[in-house]
Design a protein around this ligand. Sequence first.
Ligand SMILES: *Cc1c(COP(=O)(O)O)cnc(C)c1O
Length: 363
Amino acid sequence: MKVVKSSGPQLFVDLDAIQRNFRAAGSIVGSDVEVCAVVKSDAYGLGIDKIVGPLVAAGCHSFFVADFEEAVRVRRRAAVAKVFILRGAKPSFAEFYRQNDFIPVCNTLCEAAEIASLRCQYALNVETGLSRFGLTFGEFRTLVHCRVRAPVLIMSHLACADAPGNPLNLLQKSRFMAMCELSGATPRSLAASAGISLGPAYHFDLARIGSALYGLNNASLDPNPFVNVVRLRARIADIRLVRTGEAVGYMSTFRAQRPTWVGILAIGYSHGLAWSGSNRLWVQIGSHQAPLVGRVAMEFAAIDMTDLPPSLRVSGRWVDLICPKLPAELMAHTAGTIPQETLVRIGSTNTRHYLEERRQAHT
Ligand SMILES: *Cc1c(COP(=O)(O)O)cnc(C)c1O
């Protein structure tokens, strides 16, 4: 591990764990279903450029990205993989799609008809209940009647896969199947990370896996088949004894009820730490935990270290904010958001370090 002399927070991304999660998704869906990696938003903030290589090495042949720029970055590291672009197709880009073997996902009838006539491979997104993008049943039927070049993939996206009992899951699957009946043998894809735990009826030909690769267990599977990928740590910049009755931080939202050892952490909301986690989040210090006290500030946050062994109350020490004992899910839920948002914010704003020793040791 490279030691960096910076006092800012550090994010460690375990590439080996991402490979394991890719394989874990594969064993859930079985060998008849292709697992594709969703690496949009710079691989959920964790870095496309570092993550694509290990995924290819783990057997990933298809990637989903947000836009053309991300597709180019994937192509540099995956010369022969399929690269699907979620944001839609631009007819003016047709030549680039063909040259680079990119597959734009068409979200409207016009887009699909035009891109098909430009001899591009394309995927087709159909609307089944998310009400976001995608062709309606009627639009899809129109496209089929146009007898244009067929898509290489038909896909839709589940709105409520995190909640297995939600009736919209079944409704979306039924609508999806009804639409696919119009299109013959075109490969189909409905499930993302949480969707694969709804059962084989939801797997179709291809699963688009994002969150699970990065260690998030959106469907709350027990036991959790996915391992933790990220660790976020921050340094204790200062420690001070706050007298009884004194307050900590902006708007004095925490007031010391006893002489209180307060550690000032060099991490704040500018590093993606949720302000809504003020007075709620916990940090890990060795085998102990300490609560955040007072409001999270732009560059700093405070913790109550009074109950820690004095040997741990050391300025300059690192404390963990995300680690196996404090996973990103817990941070997100405590702060009133979802783990994907936490990951993207933390990942895209902090210095990232990649762990891959174990993978190299095995190969
Ligand atoms: C983001 C996204 C996914 C991946 O979702 P996860 O729940 O993170 O696995 C799959 N499909 C589409 C269309 C997406 O936008």
